[in-house]
Design a protein. Sequence first.
Length: 119
Amino acid sequence: QVQLVESGGGLVQPGGSLRLSCAASGTILRIYAMGWYRQGPGKQRELVATITNGGSTNAADSVKGRFTISRDNAKNTMYLQMNSLKPEDTAVYYCNAEINTGRSLDTYWGQGTQVTVSS
């Protein structure tokens, strides 16, 4: 059984910062690519940023220069440092990971954490 648990969301003023975490637990042989996605009110889920197990990253144009994705492979944890937050960043943020449990390679999702940017 594998679980991804996000934390760190909350209410922040425009221009503020938040740091999200995504911790994987359970029977894990290896974690490959990980990513952050978000779904704003009335919008479809969209990619925010991804990171390979080697540390290569990719980010959506809307967050480049403001958000930084990172991971600690020893802790099976991924992070999203979000700076200069804007109201349009308001969304539920989900983490996603490709995990080899030794029995299979599957994609897992967290339950989401709410980020609200408002004055």
